[in-house]
Design a protein around this ligand. Structure first.
Ligand code: BG6
Length: 490
């Protein structure tokens, strides 16, 4: 049974309070934590954005945000109690004449009470909002600042943001969110690896043939086309979510779950990632853009048609990378990463493919390999494929079948959204699921090399029809080494 331990009373100010993230994730996450009795009733939730909005209008906005997804379980009395925590403060936080005194007056100001500033704004505003917070004297020892990804668009801009924020807040007060780290199944990666002694002896180049990490999405870029076109799949997904998954899969066992133990092991992986030269980028990476096609039975336009721009965009909506980790554990083991928009299905999955048995006493029929398939979403599951004898007469037949641990069959609890866990961790002051400054910068260093290599190569993008598994060049990346992407459905 899930148990919710209440956190201490806190104040949170959400900048960008009328935006998409607040609406889809932050308000519903806080509301769910409230419903589970985790948020004390004297906490305060302040929304702030540039738009002028009455308290009533903000309440209505928040109500519809929290209602979406609650379905038939909506409880008006609970909502009314939660709504009493909310208030709205319209202001341009970067303007010289911003009414900080009014915002300060709305905060409890109780010494020792966590005061969280969540920057759900464009990253270019992070530094100026932090400077304004500092000027208003809101960077007290109780203050914490939460930064959404992307932290910058390359190493230089990430450093500039980190430096600007560091001038106002100490590193231990800075919570850089990668929401993948808040997902239940991503946290389970650590439990799977480090609470089961079984895996450690086979978790290295001695037994692992290769690793695949796929995060495919059936959605396109829709309303986010402007942001996405200046970003692309490498910056939007690989620099953060995919590299975090790679780190959790490849890192050495940390000494404890303490934030710095975990983050120090992850950063060692990032430092050991082989950096790309243009020649290597040509051989080991694929980037592509979707064209029109059928996704889940529905005709959808191609990426270029979805954009309003006049000039054809060179932004990739798909990327596949053969990453290599130069350390003793993983030398020679390819990590194939793949992510894309408008693909056949929504699926995040890690596949550890083991080496074949050294000799098959069953001849050709006993040569299939073992695989550990970790399905992160949807249909969360852990499946270990093993070979068994198919029962019955007619000669010996060997079949590959999974030992199957499906979440749905084993757990009936609702899985909290990643933001619920992460927001409560900010209140608790637990940084382990947040990215440290050096981690973000190490990830950018690797990504920057790749971007520079692509720029130097200046090759046209591949294409793939919407609703497919990506371009054939991504299949070739594995096929030329006698491997294939794991496409089996759960
Ligand atoms: C975000 C990206 O960080 O993650 C989006 O900006 C992407 O482009 C999203 O769609 C995927 O998150 P999830 O939780 O739906 O897998």
């Amino acid at each position: 049974m899930a148990e919710f331990i209440p956190v201490e009373t806190f104040d949170i100010v959400i900048f960008g309070a009328t935006g998409d993230l607040t609406q889809r994730k932050l308000l519903p996450a806080l509301y769910h934590r409230w419903l589970d009795g985790q948020i004390p009733a004297d906490s305060r939730i302040l929304g702030s954005a540039r738009s002028e909005m009455s308290q009533e209008a903000f309440q209505a906005f928040a109500k519809s945000a929290c209602k979406d997804g609650s379905g038939a379980d909506w409880d008006e009395a609970q909502w009314t109690e939660f709504a009493a925590l909310l208030s709205y403060h319209g202001m341009d936080a970067t303007a010289a004449n911003a009414p900080w005194d009014e915002l300060k007056a709305a905060l409890s100001g109780v010494p020792g009470r966590p005061c969280i500033f969540y920057l759900a704004t464009a990253p270019r505003l992070y530094v100026s909002i932090c400077q304004a917070l500092g000027k208003a004297g809101l960077n007290s020892p109780d203050a914490r600042v939460v930064l959404e990804k992307p932290i910058g668009t390359d190493l230089a801009s990430a450093k500039a943001i980190n430096d600007g924020v560091a001038a106002v807040f100490e590193e231990k007060a800075v919570y850089r969110i990668d929401h993948y780290l808040g997902k239940e199944t991503v946290q389970n990666l650590m439990v799977l690896r480090f609470a089961n002694a079984l895996f450690e002896p086979v978790w290295s180049r001695a037994e692992v043939d290769h690793v695949q990490i796929t995060v495919s999405e059936s959605l396109g870029v829709d309303q986010r086309a402007d942001y996405y076109d200046s970003s692309g799949a490498l910056r939007d997904m690989v620099q953060n979510h995919m590299l975090q998954l790679l780190c959790l899969t490849a890192m050495e066992p940390p000494g404890s779950m303490h934030e710095n133990d975990v983050r120090t092991e992850k950063i060692k992986v990032l430092h050991a990632l082989r950096r790309f030269t243009p020649q290597e980028a040509k051989e080991k990476t694929v980037r592509a853009q979707y064209t029109s096609g059928l996704v889940e039975g529905k005709a959808v336009p191609g990426y270029l048609e979805a954009l309003s721009a006049d000039t054809p965009s060179k932004t990739e909506t798909f990327v596949a990378v053969l990453a290599e980790i130069d350390n003793w554990r993983w030398a020679g083991v390819p990590f194939y990463l793949r992510t894309g928009k408008r693909m056949r299905e929504r699926k995040s999955e890690i596949v550890i493919q083991f080496k074949p048995a050294p000799h098959s006493i069953f001849g050709d029929i006993g040569t299939a390999v073992n695989r550990l398939v970790i399905r992160l979403q949807p249909k969360e599951a852990v499946r270990l494929y093993i070979q068994i004898k198919e029962p019955g007469p007619g000669g010996l037949r060997v079949k590959s079948l999974p030992l199957d641990l499906s979440y749905a069959e084993n757990f009936t609890t609702r899985y909290p959204d990643a933001y619920e866990r992460l927001l409560m961790d900010v209140v608790r002051g637990n940084l382990s699921l947040f990215m440290r400054r050096d981690e973000v910068e190490a990830a950018w260093r690797w990504v920057d090399d790749l971007i520079n290599a692509w720029t130097e190569l200046d090759e046209p993008l591949d294409t793939y029809p919407a609703g497919s598994n990506g371009p054939s060049s991504a299949d070739f990346l594995l096929r030329r080494e006698g491997r294939a992407w794991w496409e089996t459905n759960i």
